[in-house]
Each structure stands twice: as C-alpha cells, then as structure tokens.
Write a protein that binds this ligand. Sequence first.
Ligand code: ADP
Ligand code: PAZ
Ligand code: MN
Length: 890
Amino acid sequence: MASNSSEISTDKTTKEKESVKEKEALTGGPSKIHRSGSRPQLDLSKAAIHGNFEDRNPTILLPNQSDDISHLALDIGGSLIKLVYFSRHAESLTDDSRKKSLSRKFGITNGNWRNYPILGGRLHFVKFETSKLNECLDFISSKQLHCGGIDSPMWRGTPQSDNTLIKATGGGAFKYADVFRERLGVSLEKEDEMGCLVAGANFLLKAIRHEAFTHMDGQKEFIQIDQNDLFPYLLVNIGSGVSIIKVDGFGKFQRVSGTNVGGGTYWGLGRLLTKCNSFDELLELSQKGDNSQLDMLVGDIYGGLDYTKIGLSASTIASSFGRTISENKELSDYRPEDISLSLLRMISYNIGQISYLNALRYGLKKIFFGGFFIRGHAYTMDTISFAVNFWSKGEAQAMFLRHEGFLGAVGAFMSYEKHGLDDLRAHQLVERFPMGAPIVGGKIHGPPLGNLNEKISWMEKFVQKGTEITAPVPMASPGTTGMGGFDRPSARGNILRSDASAALNIGVLHLVPTLEVFPLLRNPNMYEPNTIDLSHSELEYWFTVLSEHLPDLVDKAVASEGGTDDAKRRGDAFARAFSAHLARLMEEPAAYGKFGLADLLELREECLREFQFVDAYITIKQRENEASLAVLPDLLMELDSMNEEDRLLTLVEGVLAANIFDWGSRACVDLYHKGTIIEIYRMSRKKMRRPWRVDDFDTFKMKMLTDKKQQPYKRALMFVDNSGADIVLGMLPLARELLRRGTEVVLVANSLPALNDVTANEIPGIVAEAAKHCDTLRRAAEAGGLLLDAMASIEDESKATTVSVPLMVVENGCGSPCIDFRQVSSELAEAAKEADLIILEGMGRALHTNLNARFKCDALKLAMIKNQRLAEKLFGGNIYDCICRFEPTD
Ligand SMILES: Nc1ncnc2c1ncn2[C@@H]1O[C@H](COP(=O)(O)OP(=O)(O)O)[C@@H](O)[C@H]1O
Ligand SMILES: CC(C)(COP(=O)(O)O)[C@@H](O)C(=O)NCCC(=O)O
Ligand SMILES: [Mn+2]
C-alpha cells in the first residue's frame, strides 16, 4: 500500500469539536453523560497522516500521545500502604464506516469518554506492607505511576514539570512525604483520613453492584443496596487501630468513637506471643487453634454448666486468656495456634461489641466493616457478625465490603477534582480478574503487565505456587454452642489462602462510560440476567463441563494463531489460568462477587483475551460462513416459492435448525465429526417437528400476518448468535422477511469474539456477500449504511432511505456468549429507543440468560437446547429440543 506522511494542522479542528460538544452539553444534545471541565486532550503535535493520502479516512499517527495514561492515590497506614491507580490505553483511531453511518442515523457521538479524565480506563488496587516502603516506591516507579497525576501536565500533553501532586491519606502521607519527594520527585497532597474512608465507602456502595455482603455461618450473601435508603450507617474501619464513624450522607459524617485495640494489636501481640513472621501465618495458625486452652469459659466457672439465667452458654468466653492465670504454665507450654485463636476472638468480639454499642447509641441498624484486619477471612467476619447479632438481638446487621482495606485509598482518589467518577453508575463498571501480574520482591501484585514473557514467567511461578492458590479457603463455620459462644473453627479448610492470590479476590475495575442499561427492560431494578442459580449443585456440573471443554478450546485457540511456539505457551498459560479461576470459584463461589453462569462463560473469554488470543474460532467461523453463503441463493429461492404462512414457519424453523452450530456445546462438537456443515444443517432441519418444546409460533404468526397492509413492527432488534449457518441461513433470511414487511432491522452482535459467535465487525462483510444474491438485503444494507464501501450512494443517504427501510448493525457491548441487559453499548441503547420487537437467539442469550427477562416491547426468544441437563432442568425436555417463546406486550 502506498504510504504518505505529511504534517496536518489540527488546532482549529479540535476547537471546533470542543465548541460543538459545549453546545451539545448545553442543549442536552448527543453527549449524554455529564462532562467535567478538566479533561485530558490528545497530544496532536506532530500528528501525521499515515497510509494513502487519498483515503477518505486515513489513519492518523499521534507520535507524542502517551499510550498509557495513569495516575495514583495512596493510603499510607500504620501497617499497610494501599494504592489505587488508574490506567488508560489510548483509543485506537479506527476507520469504521459502520460506526460512522450509525452515528449519523442515531445522532450519537462516539467516544464521549474523552470528556472524562477518568472514565474509559481501569482502576487497580494494590497493597504493600508499610515496612517495605521501598517495594512500593519501586512499583510506582516501574509503572511510572507518579508521572500521571490528574493535574499533571501529562493530561495536557505538555512535558512534565517537577511538581507532580499525588493525593495521599493516612499518617504516612505526613511521615513519608520527604521520602516520596526524594525518591520519586513528587509531592504528597494530604487528604483527611476520615473524609477519605467515608468518600471511599460511599463511592463503592453506590457504584459497585455487589460491594457489600453479610457473612454468617460461613455463608456470604450479597446485599443489594437501596441508594435511597443507605444513610445513616456506621462505618467501622479496622486497620492498625479502629475508627468508628457515623455516616449521614455524601461528605456528611462524624467520627463518633474508636478503639486502640485493633488489627495492629492482633498482629503485634500475636507476633510477640507466637513468634510468627507474617500476619498471614498468624491468621493461618488461628484456624487450627482451640481457644478454650487459654480462655476462661463460662463452663470453667460454672462447673461445666450453662449460665442460663443470663443467657450464657458454657462455651461462652467469660474472660479472654483468663484460664492462663490458674495454670502454672509458661508461654512456651501453649500452642501458638491456640494463642492466635484466643487473640483473634478477643479482638473481633471486642470490636463487634463496641461497634454495636455505638450503633445503639445513635439508633443505627447498619454497620459496615472495612480495613485490612478483616482480610476476607471467613472466621473473623463470622465472629464480628455473631457479636453484632448477639448483642443487638438481631436488630443490627454487620456487613462487609469487598474492597475492605481500600476505602481510604479510593477516597483519596475521589478527592482529585473533576475526575468524573462522581457520576459513575454500576452499569459503567465491569470487574475483571486478570491473572497476569508483576512480581515485586517475590510477591505477586494485582494488575497485568503488558509484556507477555513476563506474564508467562509469572504464570510459571504461579503454577509452582499453585497449591497455595487453589487451596481451600477457610470456610470454618463457627457453629455456635448455645447462646453466646463459638466452638473452635472446624479443622476443615485449615490453610489460609495466600496473600499472593489477592488478585483473585478483588479485581481490576474497568470504567466503561459507554455502557448503559438497556432502555427496553421492563423492570431494570428486578432484572437478573442468569436463569440458573449457580450457587447450588449446578456449580459443580458447569465447572466440569467447562473443564472438559478446555483441551479442545486450547487446541482451537493455538491453531487460530498458527500453532506457533508462542501460541502454544500462551495456550498452556491460558489453560492453567482458567483452571485456577475454576478452582478458586469452586472453593469459594462468591469469591468474585455474585457469580452466575453468564459470568463464568465471560470469564473464559476474558481469560483468552488476557493471554492475547484475539479470536480462537476465527478459522472455523470463516469456513462456516463460506459454506453457508454458497447455499444461501438456493434457500432464498425455495423460500420465495412459498406462501407467506409456510414461509414464516420455514424461516423460524430455519433459525432454530441453524442454531445447532455451536462450538461451545460438547454434544454439538461431537456431532461435527460426523458430517459436513451442510449435511448437519439438512439433518437438523429435517428433525424439526412441531410442536416444539416451547411453541408460541402461532401467536407470533398472528401478530405478523393478520393485517397485511399494516406494518407489523416498526423496528426489530435481532440479537444474533453464531457465525455460519446460524446467521447466514437463519437470522439473515428472517431479517429479509421483516424488511420486506417494512420493518427496520437492527442486527445486534457481539463487540468482541466469544466462541463462534459472529461479531458486529464481521457482519457487514457477510451482508455484502449475501446482498449479491438478494435485492432486498442489498437495498436495505445500503439504506443502513452497511455497504458504504462496496456500493455506490456513499454520501447520498436520503436517496438510499427512500428506496428501502434500513438494515443496520450495532454492537452489543459484550464479549460473551450471553448478554447482561444492565450493561449494553450506547449504540444499542440508542437503537432500542424506536424498537418494538426484540428477537433473542441462541442458548446463551435466550436461555442461560434472559429466559425470564421481560421487555417493554414484544419479544421472541428462539433457541435450540444443546445440553441435556439444561433441557431437563428448564423444560423437562431433551437435548436438541427447540424453544420458540413469544412474549407480546398486549
Ligand atoms: N499482609 C499484612 N501485613 C500486615 N498486616 C496485615 C496484613 N494483612 C492484613 N493485615 C492486618 O491489617 C491491619 C492493617 O489494616 P489497614 O486497613 O491497612 O490499616 P492501616 O491503614 O492502619 O495500615 C494490620 O494491623 C493487620 O491486622
Ligand atoms: C456457550 C453456549 C451458551 C453457546 O450457545 P449458543 O448461545 O451459541 O446457542 C453453549 O454452547 C453452552 O452452554 N455450552 C456448554 C454446555 C455443553 O457443552 O453442553
Ligand atoms: Mn453462540
């Protein structure tokens, strides 16, 4: 290709764009999200056109634009340093005519995230021991986190000055200010610690869907926070010491109490008494301990009896460590395990009690506990919950936060002005759990590295340490004995999950400003995407299914990248990483928050992406597209020879039959070894027998065919599923029928590949091929701007739209075989506004998710069930049964 390079003037264009955006903001125009005044701008200096200068949309190189803009906030506590940092990769400037014609059609602007300094990136959470400040400084320095403070010149693309300000809270912000200045050349801007804790907690409770949970008898239960009923609450932060804060609103709070007996006390006393070398070692010891060896129990005083009159059982602790006074023993006579447990219980109970008393004092029912003392430790949480529940007689509730120790750091991050985070909503946040991580001082810390080799070597270490990561989480249920006491934790699960696997506890938060709640959901607050609750026996079944599928998936993924050594290494690493995720979830299903089958299937795709597999099924998809396109003309001819009733039935049948091409289903993959694509398709069609397992076809037909003059629907959103026969011989012919009846059709497809699902980017090419055999599709695709490059009438949209209703394509915002309607792309949300029919196709989108979803318009759910267990469970049916569920609004 001819290449050209020349300087271009960009200043004026930028200003013009800004003024349009300014106006849009004032008039409530296309940029829908509130914008902030201080925003990053692209560094356009030395911008040059790259590629053919004659191109309508040439690639523009921005040599001075930093690829990865980051910034950072710190909470430097007495025990731990917590970092929250943001990273963003520059948006690639792509030549996407589909998107351009869409924005003309729907009037949406693309990429309005540029209005927000923070949005459109990732928030990472990392911690270090304060005593190892150097490791922390090395980490910041190696990732250049100190170069990108929000007010830093980097945001504006000018060279860096010496005075970068980094927001910091906690005592260390004062104590270590000089070290930061000397080592990194940055100034720490101090933020009030209590203010940060509150700001962090309020933000997390508002923006993250399943941030808070209760923990009783070893069971986590996520709490749906009612934003209108959050305040007042009590926030108890258990760090080195304990702060107790009454929170009345955003920025409204009062530190009402505290105690010096906190996490530092447990760790400090525990270290002295047991000679442990690390906090985790101490905590792990407690899991094998028996506190009755040191504690004086009610039973010790009452000769083994309960003190029933005041409601105390024999096993209730009457006096922590009290038993040691009557025994003539030395410290060395006690087991460190027992000491650790006595200590843990003493401190947890005490904090629970003081918290309850403060809740009582202010009439508060909700108590949220944060701070790293909790460390996601089941027994600690159960002890605190038990204490609150016991003393309040069930009136007050103890809740915990997934980002427990990061409240202050998040709050410090929030204190950057104009970051745009205030308006962030749960649907704009996606949490991911990457496995790749840099190693600092032998420890593994959260975020992924860009460099794959480092990632693989990390993976190798990870596998060596695998036993730690896949070891059972302590689920010791503290079964109460009577009214006030706990038995010692059961021996089960006596290995504490290593701190090294902290990355598998809280993930990286992706901030995606373009995600929206699907506007046609009838009841968004009640919407739950997953059909099956994974928390019970289902879990094991689906884990086995995915584990068994893994070797085949790795084969496909490696083959998709030419089977090189590098691809093999990545394939291996992917398999190990995904297996580790499965093991982690198996031991603790709620480890990553509330987790359904859709999340599990998405995790697999994310994991492939993390190991840089772009599209594992690309070759299969192309082969199936070609084969299907070759038989399309015959199918269309056959359809055109039918009367309209038969045709509609054949079309729906065709969608169901073609849904058999599913490379995610074990049964189907076995089938593919037995015949060619066309043979399987024919066999599948032949087997179609009505009534289907769910068969609402007649109602749908009535709606479509009753009044011939009237257009049945104005706009249909067709959520397509797989490549090949599924789209070419199933959904496209059905789309053609709707177009003929005057219905605008929007094909909704994945933004990113998942299994053999067709993506939005691939559809214009498929449609262009199909359009060669069909005038209806060609005119509609032209009208919808899909054939801009292939056909004429490039800029003349008015001419095109008079010829036909348009066929359009939008991306759904997902990279998964399922769809969560709480988080869809803004272009889909925009297209949905005029839609009066939704067609959901495939097992992932119509059965695993959304089978129970109700919409504001008519919905048709079409799928072939390609799994025996699912067929039995959902419909009392069999594998290869078909579902045609029509849900009209009237
Ligand atoms: N790896 C660890 N090293 C030291 N303390 C830890 C560790 N993990 C959890 N903790 C506990 O967390 C406490 C610190 O909690 P944190 O919320 O970070 O408070 P601070 O801001 O005072 O450092 C420690 O006193 C200890 O009880
Ligand atoms: C991942 C899938 C939901 C994709 O199905 P589709 O949406 O393509 O119909 C499906 O392949 C699936 O549930 N597979 C796992 C079950 C099995 O192998 O039987
Ligand atoms: Mn699929």
